[in-house]
Write a protein that binds this ligand. Structure first.
Ligand code: NAP
Ligand code: ZN
Ligand code: ZN
Length: 347
């Protein structure tokens, strides 16, 4: 076994603190890599606080993981020692169901293995995430990372990036479309970058008026302060697509009113509390309310390659792992510019 240093929550009531644990030895098809940077996703906070469901504790969060290969198993073909690699939200899946066969491992019908707060495919061994110094993952769930991009700023692509890239691709959002992004945080700022890169006219719908300049710098064409009734009203019936990244409860019916006829609102944000939906909010104007979860392995690699080609990375604020609790507090207040990334050298 490989003794691993990490930061863990021992329960939903305790702050993260140093914790030592064991990872499996490098198997024939495994890649072990030294973690250099790990992004901080709002899902980390939801999960250590049991916002969604009772979690598996101790919990080592982190699913935006990048680093350098330290060892490979005898049968590993794709990677060698020294390669830059990454791991996102998944470390395994059944590989046989129809979704896995199509590269949609995020929707594995037999239950995939999430990078942390999950179980390996033996359905017994808990998984531990990227707030740690090293990780061992089957090569099929390891992604290749270009050395052209700033590595720390690549880390958030592994979740925030793919979670916004995948629905924009699925719904073919691009030239001629008006796209609104709800919430300018980790996911939201990546949605703006991809929306602009794909040729859409992008509007940010934000509760934070002070983010307007940043939104424009990120490439957004328009900015609506959702708490300002007049601005909200003026935007009614104007968007083909709304990508909703909000992390806390909000009135989805109101946002549906901003769609044009045949418009689609896609939820990727995952508030802990459900939101009631009025049928009338979608009947008038034949509107659709949809959802999307991260992305499969082939599409995640496609997104990373697209980012390398188009020079797209996340806007990050690097933190020392000791400051993680303060970072969570800022995240809860919507004060993220626009993704915290932990420098794992500080572990
Ligand atoms: P984040 O960086 O904290 O950003 C969330 C943003 O949502 C905030 O900055 C804020 O932006 C906005 N917001 C917060 N509360 C709101 C409210 N009550 N009403 C309207 N807007 C609100 O979080 P993140 O890491 O981007 O994650 C966002 C959500 O996506 C989380 O729930 C996370 O768990 C989920 N997620 C889902 C997937 C998936 O596969 N579907 C993957 C990753 C994350 P403004 O200040 O601009 O209003
Ligand atoms: Zn995430
Ligand atoms: Zn499967």
């Amino acid at each position: 076994m490989i003794t691993t240093k990490g930061y863990a929550a021992q329960s939903p009531e305790t702050d993260l603190a140093p914790w030592s644990f064991e990872r499996r030895d490098v198997g024939e098809h495994d890649v072990q890599f030294d973690i250099m940077y790990c992004g901080v996703c709002h899902s980390d906070l939801h999960q250590i606080k049991n916002d969604w469901f009772p979690g598996i504790f101790p919990m080592v969060p982190g699913h935006e993981i990048v680093g350098k290969v330290a060892a490979v198993g005898a049968h590993v073909k794709k990677y060698k020692v020294g390669d830059l690699v990454g791991v996102g939200c998944l470390v395994d899946s059944c590989r046989t169901c129809e979704n896995c066969q199509e590269g949609l491992e995020q929707y594995c019908l037999n239950g995939n293995s999430q990078t942390y707060n999950g179980l390996e495919q033996d359905k017994k061994t808990p998984t531990y995430g990227g707030y740690s110094n090293t990780i061992v993952v089957h090569e099929d769930f390891v992604l290749s990372i270009s050395d052209k991009l700033h590595l720390a700023a690549v880390a958030p692509l592994l979740c925030a990036g793919i979670t916004t890239y995948s629905p924009l691709k699925y719904w073919k959002v691009g030239k001629g479309h008006k796209l609104a992004v709800v919430g300018l945080g980790g996911l939201g700022h990546m949605a703006v970058k991809f929306g602009v890169a794909f040729g859409a006219e992008v509007t940010v719908l934000s509760t934070s008026p002070e983010k307007e300049q940043d939104a424009k710098k990120l490439g957004a064409h328009k900015f609506v302060v959702t708490k300002d009734e007049q601005q909200f009203k003026a935007a009614m019936g104007s968007f083909d697509f709304i990508l909703d990244t909000a992390s806390a409860k909000h009135n989805i019916n109101d946002y549906l009113g901003l769609l044009r006829t045949n418009g689609v609102m896609i939820c990727v944000g995952a508030p802990s509390e459900p939101s009631p939906i009025s049928a009338f909010a979608i009947i008038g104007g034949r509107k659709s309310l949809a959802g999307s979860g991260i992305g499969g392995l082939p599409e995640t690699q496609e997104m990373l390659d697209y980012c390398a080609e188009h020079n797209i990375v996340s806007d990050i604020e690097m933190i020392d792992i000791k400051d993680i609790t303060g970072a969570y507090e800022r995240m809860l207040k919507g004060d993220v510019k626009y993704r915290f990334v932990i420098d794992m050298a500080t572990l």
